[in-house]
Design a protein. Structure first.
Length: 247
């Protein structure tokens, strides 16, 4: 299988390297950011040139975002499209609302938008040690099944508990609706500008059947994520509203 691997942690990420090693029996291509691009979401570069630099056979860096890695490599590096795109393995979870911000998820979303089966992978820990080899082995063992399940208009978001041993068992989940509680620290610069640093914590929420609860219980969370948000119930409410005409 011809596989493109990218991420948002950068070309030197241990999580990316674990995927490359676990999939060595496939034709693996790597196009990853030349530096960390976490929380870049679906940002793409449209006004500045993007540099694609060849490091070795089938290995490249990209000066842009994770979404750029997909957009530009598919239109330059590849003569024939890959069979699959993998993004990760990310340092830290991408659960629920994280999908709006995550560069890891965005690269998978970008691949799915052009009709290529795409999977985002995240290791659910922010502190070492990271057991990326186990997450990569789980992915490799289930790769054919996941590719067969994929269809147009969605990507697959996988979150892996950071366990050094024990069984890794999958649970199909829905992205959690838990929100973050933002904390902003401020400092005054010498010129009186306000300098702001963001921190925060995940708030309490309903986790039954959701990705956050599954990972917390030790399961690998697998969420099919639709590319085009739709809410038909709300659409009907809006259709019944009377909007004033402008003549």
């Amino acid at each position: 299988m011809k596989i493109l691997i990218t991420n948002d942690d950068g070309i030197n990420s241990d999580g990316l390297n674990a995927l490359v090693e676990a999939l060595s029996n496939h034709e693996v291509w790597v196009v990853a950011p030349d530096r960390e691009r976490s929380a870049s979401s679906q940002s793409i570069t449209i006004k500045d040139p993007v540099r694609i630099h060849k490091l070795g056979e089938r290995t490249y860096t990209c000066s842009g975002t994770p979404a750029d890695c997909v957009v530009f490599s598919l239109n330059t590096v590849f003569e024939k499209m890959p069979d699959l795109i993998l993004s990760g393995i990310n340092h830290g979870a991408n659960l629920g609302i994280d999908l709006l911000y995550s560069g890891t998820a965005a690269a998978a979303r970008q691949g799915a938008l052009v009709g290529i089966p795409s999977i985002a992978l995240s290791q659910c820990s922010y502190e070492p040690p990271f057991y990326f080899d186990r997450g990569a082995a789980f992915l490799a063992k289930n790769l054919d099944k996941l590719k067969a399940l994929w269809h147009e208009d969605h990507f697959i978001n996988i979150n892996i508990p950071n366990k050094s041993e024990g069984v890794l068992e999958a649970k199909i989940t829905t992205p959690s609706q838990t929100r973050y509680i933002d904390r902003i620290s401020t400092f005054t610069a010498p010129n009186d500008d306000l300098l702001c640093l963001m921190n925060g914590e995940r708030g309490a929420g309903d986790e039954d059947g959701h990705d956050f609860g599954a990972v917390d219980a030790g399961f690998v969370s697998i969420s099919p994520v639709y590319l085009f948000p739709v809410n038909h119930r709300e659409e009907e409410v809006y259709r019944k509203a009377e909007f004033k005409k402008l003549s």
